[in-house]
Ligand binder design. Structure first.
Ligand code: ATP
Length: 938
């Protein structure tokens, strides 16, 4: 078997939906010779014999007892999760960093020079850093593992004589899988029967086009890629239906074999992770430059070599933002968790950051912008008859009226139309009973609504279906926009019933003359203009249709039976979400398979279409060349009657304009567009597994508003990371400047090396990671999307640094110089300087929470994690000040409590200056808002 380039993602995918941890689930057994595909050439056996070998039954499936027994025997159908790293391994990893190496060198130098206390402190700091890092990494890993559990795959099986939906991890050898287009294959299985089955196996074999499959036995020597009678775990059904006998599960599957090969492979870094690593590298260069500067200045001043060396090393360490990578992992994990809580399951980490940059959301209509609660409200029959149907919901209550009058007597035209839609239909209508007191439906709501309409007209659904059994079918497909079923009547000959989009069905119709077709087109447009979803229905007697390809031969041969218009009300919350999008600089675009008029009417009701916007349908899009499309994109708000392939073209055109695109999708054919979009969004309820696997996000409620919520969280994550970067920068620059100023101005060193280390490693790590837990500021969706090339340290941040650091440096250095010149003992002055710097850092953490809102405005308790971190940091600092053993180690003296007050007041200047700047920002904003309002008011 070839280990394809896709193997890693395939294994990740399978781990994603088979959620067992080595620690929790029953032990995964070693490869069992009796079960592995390689040991049993299942493809060489007739399906009946395979069934016998696994004691299964193609019509009833396994019994629950047999499943339970086999589950115990074979273990769950899951790939082993990468073992959770043991505590001490994670701890050891913390020591594998250049920063720690530098600190070890510093400790060794300190020891060599006889500064045993300093050496002990440096080692203590290294250990504390490692322990904090281990805790934070564990926290990040636990969050990720919890999130993986959210995407469990469901499969359909035959058990106890009936169809059931079960979790893929509960599959056992001998289970009968029921497969249909869009399904993911949950285990390796031998086909029992297959109808027009095609399977996408690219992830396993590298074969880029779907492979057609059948149940015929093959020679034993047939290679994996040619086993046309087998389906494999982790692949997808792209067309057709099949039943298959599960032959191998979990680690015994073909993907399990790859999992063993790829064990230990790491998930690729997200673009933001790459940028942050790069950013870190620049800082390391800056740190080395700083080391050289301090050494040169210190030695030129004639300060003792050992002291200068230790301080230079500590300074170097202070510039390296060692907390940043962990802070970023936590930020992404927190973002994912918050998104999951709001119904958006993140399947690729990179989606979290890309979401914040989204500039266009291309959304399906049905179910995403509308409620997908269909009700047939109007019928059109030949001769221009229009029948209105009253009532909402699935209960068969609602009168049928024609021109305001109740229908009188039997109406053969009406009955022919309604019986056709009952037959060409896979839905079921269930009366109240058991625990439900209401009528419910199974299957596609579009089809269920047709059954309800038939029921209201008194059609006996069961009788009609019994009298005309189905002998062939062409399932609905969003490319042809039609569905057809062939039925044998009691009399014998076959009839084909076709229903679908009016343009598609009317193209097949003849017989009734051009005038009738003309009238039908006009009626369809009229209904679509009223926001109705329209279906046309036709039939062909004495005909049997086996495949979608057969539609091509039918032009002009079908007889039109009538049309039905369905209401699908827009979702109320979407209107709010659409205006939130606009305020956030994001353009919503509807991309629908429905008619342009229907799409435009609904888009207008939701605010997606504004003055000057227009709709374009698939045929018009086909006629536009790329330049015309690019030019027109500015005011196209609705793409209607588009084929899935055209969705890809729309995404690419938007991206060519520089847009960052989120695209929703649910069908098999949507996968390329979902994969191409910057953020592919699959529907959790109606979405196929193929669509979900191609998407970066799955939304559990299929709701547009959920996508908008996820965008907001994406922005929060990015903003929080920038808060951390700002915080780290301000602190480092303060220390560096105070030190350099002292060296240049001929003062003794204002801080001991261990004090610098303490501030940078212990205090900082208690705050940075907690800063990323900040809740949304509330104005994320009133800002423009984050530019793709946004700098991690942008101009606004540089401005803040430029305003803050002089204040902090003046406070710290000014105090140091003043106290020094007043003859205060050097150790006490150093301790006070050290304390002012720590205080500045604490105030700064509060500053960094928002760029424009006052700390007093959003309340000190809004981020409890940060307050906890601050409290811990204060307690630790108090220990260093007032606990004698630590005094000795950190070269500190206890500061008399009364002296603390001026220090706090001085350091708080950092807060006040920032509050002043924020006030100015708010004033400017309000002013410009006022300027906008005033002309409008006058
Ligand atoms: P969206 O892509 O926004 O969800 P949609 O659901 O209307 O829109 P499709 O599902 O591709 O898009 O449907 C396109 C058209 O096909 C519909 O307008 C309707 O006329 C027809 N149609 C939809 N469902 C069926 C079905 N089950 N059988 C026959 N025709 C259907």
């Amino acid at each position: 078997m070839r280990l394809s380039q896709y193997s890693f993602s395939l294994v990740r995918e399978c781990r994603c939906y088979c959620t067992v941890g080595r620690r929790r689930g029953p032990p995964v057994r070693s490869v069992n010779a009796s079960q592995s595909t390689q040991a049993h050439p299942w493809h060489a056996l007739e399906s009946g014999i395979a069934m016998e070998r696994l004691s299964s039954d193609a019509t009833t499936g396994l019994s629950s007892q047999a499943v339970a027994r086999r589950l115990l025997e074979h273990g769950p159908n899951a790939l082993p999760e990468p073992a959770q790293r043991a505590f001490f391994i994670v701890l050891l990893r913390q020591f594998q960093s250049p920063l720690i190496d530098i600190l070890f060198v510093a400790a060794a130098l300190a020891a060599a020079m006889g500064h045993w206390g300093d050496a002990a402190v440096i080692l203590g700091v290294v250990l504390a850093n490692a322990l904090i890092g281990t805790y934070q990494e564990g926290r990040a890993e636990r969050s990720m593992a919890a999130l993986r559990k959210l995407s469990t795959l469901q499969v359909r099986v035959l058990r106890d004589g009936g169809e059931q939906a079960v979790a893929a991890r509960d599959l056992v050898p001998g289970d009968i899988l029921l497969l249909a287009a869009g399904d993911a294959v949950g285990a390796d299985a031998r086909l029992i029967d297959a109808a027009a089955l095609a399977v996408a196996e690219a992830t396993l074999t590298g074969e880029s086009v779907p492979v057609s499959k059948n149940a015929a036995a093959l020679p034993e020597a047939t290679g994996l890629a040619d086993r046309r009678n087998m389906v494999f775990s982790g692949t997808y059904i792209s067309a057709g239906r099949a039943r298959a006998l599960v032959t191998a599960t979990g680690i015994h599957t073909e993907v399990g074999a790859i999992a063993r090969l790829t064990e230990g492979a790491e998930e690729p870094k997200t673009p933001l992770e790459v940028r942050i690593t790069q950013f870190g590298r620049y800082l390391v260069i800056a740190a080395i430059g700083l080391f050289v500067a301090v050494m040169v200045l210190g030695l030129a001043r004639g300060l003792p070599f050992s002291e200068v060396l230790m301080v230079a090393i500590s300074q170097m360490v202070s510039v390296i933002p060692e907390g940043l990578p962990v802070a970023m992992t936590i930020a992404l994990a927190v973002g994912m968790r918050r998104m999951a809580a709001r119904g958006a399951i993140i399947r690729r980490l990179s989606a979290v950051e890309t979401l914040g940059a989204i500039t266009v959301i291309c959304s399906d209509k049905t179910g995403t912008l509308t409620r997908n609660e269909m009700t047939v409200s109007a019928l059109w029959l030949l001769g221009g008859r229009v029948i209105d149907i009253a009532g909402v919901g699935y209960a068969p209550q609602g009168d049928l009226t024609e021109s305001g009058a109740a229908l009188a007597g039997a109406d053969p035209q009406l009955m022919a139309l309604l019986e056709a839609v009952v037959l060409c239909n896979d839905a079921e209508l269930l009366p109240p009973g058991g625990e439900t007191t209401q009528w419910t439906v199974l299957g596609d709501p579009t089809e269920a609504a047709l059954l309800v309409a038939a029921n209201k007209a008194g059609v006996e659904i069961g009788d009609v279906r019994r009298n005309c059994p189905r002998v062939a079918e062409v399932p609905f497909d969003s490319d042809t926009k039609m569905m057809a079923t062939s039925h044998r009547s009691v009399a014998g000959p076959c009839t084909v019933y076709i229903k679908g989009a009016p343009e598609a069905v009317l193209r097949l119709c003849g017989g009734d003359g051009q005038a009738a077709l003309h009238a039908a087109h006009a009626a369809a447009d009229e209904m679509a203009g009223r926001a109705l979803r329209v279906l046309a229905v036709a039939s062909i007697d004495n005909y049997r249709l086996e495949s979608a390809a057969g539609f091509d031969q039918l032009a002009g041969r079908a007889t039109l039976l009538g049309m039905l218009g369905q209401i699908d009300p827009p979702r109320e919350e979407v209107k709010v979400a659409v205006s939130a999008c606009r305020a956030a600089g994001i353009r919503p675009i509807m991309v629908t398979g429905d008619h342009k008029l229907t799409g435009m009417a609904i888009a207008r009701a939701l605010g997606i279409v504004q003055d000057g916007d227009r709709g374009v349908d698939g045929a018009e899009l086909e006629r536009m060349n790329d330049a015309e499309l690019l030019e027109g994109l500015d005011n196209i708000a609705v793409f209607a009657r588009v084929h899935p392939a055209q969705k890809l073209r729309i995404v690419e055109a938007l991206q060519a304009r520089g847009d960052v695109v989120a695209m929703t999708g649910d069908g098999v054919n949507d996968a390329p567009a979902l994969a191409r979009a910057d953020v592919g969004v699959a529907m959790g309820i109606t979405g196929t597994e193929v669509a979900k696997s191609a998407a970066k996000i799955v939304i559990t409620d299929d709701n547009f508003a959920t996508i908008v919520g996820a965008v907001e969280q994406g922005r929060v994550v990015y903003r929080n990371l920038k808060k951390v970067i700002l915080f780290l920068f301000v602190t480092s620059i303060d220390e560096v400047l105070v030190l350099l100023l002292a060296l240049l101005a001929g003062f003794p060193l204002p801080l001991a090396a261990v004090q610098i280390l303490w501030i940078n490693i212990v205090t900082e790590s208690t705050l940075t990671v907690n800063l990323v837990m900040d809740p949304p500021d509330g104005d994320e969706m009133r800002r423009a999307p984050i530019p793709r090339n946004d700098r991690l340290l942008d101009n606004a941040m540089l401005w803040r640094i430029a305003m803050l650091t002089p204040m902090a440096v003046a406070a710290t250095f000014g105090w140091f110089v003043w106290r020094q010149s007043n003859g205060v003992p050097y150790d006490l002055v150093r301790t006070e300087t050290f304390t002012i710097l720590a205080l500045c850092q604490w105030f700064n953490a509060l500053n960094c929470q928002s760029a424009s809102r006052s700390v007093l405005q959003f309340g000190i308790l809004r981020n409890r994690w940060l307050i906890g971190g601050l409290a811990l940091s204060i307690v630790l600092h108090a220990g260093v000040l007032y606990w004698p053993p630590l005094n000795a180690l950190f070269h500190t003296l206890p500061i008399p409590p009364a002296n603390l007050l001026p220090l706090v007041a001085l350091a708080s200047s950092v807060l006040w200056v920032e509050e002043l700047r924020k006030w100015g920002v708010r004033l400017r904003r309000n002013g410009s808002a006022l300027r906008k309002i005033l002309p409008a008011a006058s």
